[in-house]
Design a protein around this ligand. Structure first.
Ligand code: NAD
Ligand code: UFG
Length: 349
């Protein structure tokens, strides 16, 4: 068992809560820092119920340097998994300053406090959105970056900051260099198989899977399929959906890699976390209907501004260097989404 202490920023959120389960089940001690701006404390009670283990929770904003420094002074933290941030693309276009302040400034404060506490192992939640519009649909880590909205640019800026930090550190040949994994998620969906934790979006969901499941349960009337005239196999958009439990397993593998020989001199490296295959919107709907036996009422609507026709991950680097690949398939993602949705029709109330 591993007694190492991991600080999870944003640990009460959708992906962070699943990471807490995986960390606790792998023997890590877990400390969560979350301001609960987009989550409920109930998610952490559920994490404790699933694992039969406890964790330490601090309700704090990562931009509050004093609060963070106190936590680092009190707790023997070895690694930080940094999920805290705002993530809605549309909202980021309306409130860019809020996004840059929360995501970029928040990460600056976090890394300053980490440096002062000499905690220099970091796993960061990046996104496939940093790629922008490459000419090839299967994204490789060394593609040029070119995010097209403030949310994506906030992730790209953070990646730049973390790369600069790592390079500067190498120059001074420090004994404890920064070791940083930038994990570029494709489209995380699904929920823990217990159905006790899952995605609980505020208001009307922006993303496909929570929208589909809320239509299936009768909370929403009809799904709008954004465009059926894309140059794809059935005309609808294709994405690389990844089960959230597979995704968080990739984070544990990232910690293992940061502690291995490969990172002995430090470094900052990006890895795609995706399945390496895409599913269309109509394929998601039909899998949902088949697996759950529920009808998904939908209509075809115009394309959504800013959407690409198709992209998916090339996940070979994560396989080679993190020894990670997805284990779950689309039916698992649908079944687990539905299990969570039907057991928690109103989310965490
Ligand atoms: P989420 O909103 O469910 O979780 C984020 C958590 O961070 C929430 O609990 C929120 O309360 C907290 N938080 C936000 N700002 C904070 C701050 N300043 N201080 C402390 N806590 C703060 O989102 P998620 O889907 O779990 O995403 C986690 C991370 O993964 C985010 O950084 C997101 O950008 C990234 N990501 C998500 C997706 C996705 O599709 N869900 C895709 C790519 C990347
Ligand atoms: N879609 C619909 N109807 C909906 C919602 C979505 O047809 O109501 C379609 C979209 O047009 C797209 C696909 O379903 O073809 C997936 O859309 P999502 O909104 O679920 O996901 P995106 O690929 O647009 O974006 C998500 C996150 C981004 C992140 C990206 C890659 O929202 O923040 O995945 O990780 F950058």
């Amino acid at each position: 068992m591993n007694e190492q202490v991991v600080l999870v920023t944003g640990g009460a959120g959708y992906i962070g809560s699943h990471a807490c389960v995986e960390l606790l089940q792998s023997g890590y001690r877990v400390i969560v820092v979350d301001n609960l701006s987009n989550s409920k404390i109930e998610s952490l009670s559920r994490v404790k119920q699933i694992t039969g283990k406890t964790l330490q929770f601090y309700q704090a904003d990562i931009r509050d340097k004093k609060a963070l420094a106190e936590i680092f002074a009190k707790e023997p933290i070895a690694t930080v998994m940094h999920f805290a941030g705002l993530k809605a693309v549309g909202e980021s276009c309306e409130q860019p300053l809020n996004y840059y302040h929360n995501n970029v400034y928040g990460t600056l404060v976090l890394t300053e406090v980490m440096a002062e506490a000499n905690v220099k192992q970091l796993v960061f939640s990046s996104s496939a959105t940093v790629y922008g519009e490459p000419s090839c649909v299967q994204y490789v880590e060394d593609f040029p970056l070119g995010a097209v909205n403030p949310y994506g640019r906030s992730k790209a800026m953070i990646e730049d900051i973390l790369r600069d930090l790592s390079v500067a550190d190498k120059h001074i040949q420090t004994k404890s260099p920064w070791k940083i994994a930038l994990l570029r998620y494709f489209n995380p969906i699904g929920a823990h198989e217990s159905g006790m934790i899952g995605e609980d979006p505020n208001g009307i969901p922006n993303n496909l899977m929570p929208y589909v499941s809320q239509v299936a349960i009768g909370k929403l009337e009809q799904l709008a399929v954004f465009g059926d005239d894309y140059p794809t196999r059935d005309g609808t958009g294709i994405r690389d959906y990844i089960h959230v439990v597979d995704l968080v397993k990739g984070h544990i593998k990232a910690i293992d890699a940061l502690e291995s020989e490969k990172f002995s001199l430090g470094g900052c490296k990006a890895y795609n976390l995706g399945a390496g295959r895409g599913c269309s919107v109509l394929e998601i709907i039909s899998a949902f209907e088949r697996v759950t036996g529920r009808k998904v009422n939908y209509r075809v609507a115009p394309r959504r501004a800013g959407d690409l026709a198709e992209f998916f991950a090339n996940p070979e680097l994560a396989l080679k260097e993190l020894n990670w690949k997805v284990e779950k398939n689309l039916d698992d993602m649908v079944a687990d989404t539905w299990n969570w949705q039907s057991k928690n029709p109103q989310g965490y109330v």
